[in-house]
Design a protein around this ligand. Sequence first.
Ligand code: MN
Length: 386
Amino acid sequence: METNKKRQIAILGSTGSIGTQTLQVVEEHPECFEVYALTANQRVDELIVQARKFCPEAVVIGDDTKYEYLKEALSDLPIKVYAGYDSICQIVEAQPIDVVVTAMVGFSGLRPTIVAIKAGKAIALANKETMVVAGELINELANEYRVPILPVDSEHSAIFQCLAGEMHNKIEKIILTASGGPFRTFTKEQLEKVTKEQALRHPNWSMGAKITIDSATMMNKGLEVIEAKWLFGIGAEDIEVIVHPQSVVHSMVQFVDGAVKAQLGTPDMRLPIMYALSYPQRLDTKWDRLDFGKIGQLTFEKPDLERFPCLRHAYDALTMGGNMPCVVNAANEVCVSAFLNERIAFTDISRLIERAMQSAEYKLKPTLDDYIATDCEVRKMVETWI
Ligand code: MN
């Protein structure tokens, strides 16, 4: 990274968990990073506070009914104010932006990510759904426009860090670690009755609601298997998931000679965020360090696909390919939101996803329009079952 020029950053989803932590990284190293644009979907008051503090060139609020309110609140500052999803897609094209942090939730991350790639911006990928839904397409575009896709997801950052310096050395296997979530030791019967409050209490990581529920069902790990396939070019059969309740080992890579490299750290998302922004450099931090004497032991166990069928659905979708990961993602997004609104039970999530996989129209070679159509149709279909 050039030290004489600050890296200009656009954060899509700046008021969410990853967005606010990205801003903490910027604060930690103001000599390296500058905020060019911030976008949020709904949380306008948080966006106003952020904009007043970081003084970006531009802010965008997804919900356009909040435009006047936002504009008025920032009227004394030289900040351009826009509204609507199309504006989020457009702002990433601004010439000074070097890197776009894609930290919005779900399928909505796909379009702005594509626009950013076509504008030649490096992508700090925090929106895993983009790779899940359209990994093949994103990779083609990233190659064509020669932009790097830098993983922010902690497991994928770990793998990325393990691969530094390995050049063309062959990977035998990727080992993704999973915390197992709050229900790791629950029986099938107990899982039928868990509440949203229980599901939202993640043992190790503090994250947004959607990903916390995904962690509880282990769909998060399933989505990450798909994400890993596209980020690292590894087939589903060579990606292993291992439950590691301490969340100290963030993931591992096994090479053809049998050597295994792992990346370890505290469960703090700021580290993978910063690595994506400063890569290939490492910057100093004063954050907590691991204390192995205190940790005592690290344990590993096989995931149980009987109790956590979402992980199996994700593997199946990856093997089937085409638009099937997009089907799983759309069904999952609807189900998670229905669970959070207490309209379905926890175990209905995996049941409805399986039903969506059986019912949706399969397309082997989907285009972007096919992905958009699949997403829309599956959402409607699953809604009618709820
Ligand atoms: Mn992760």
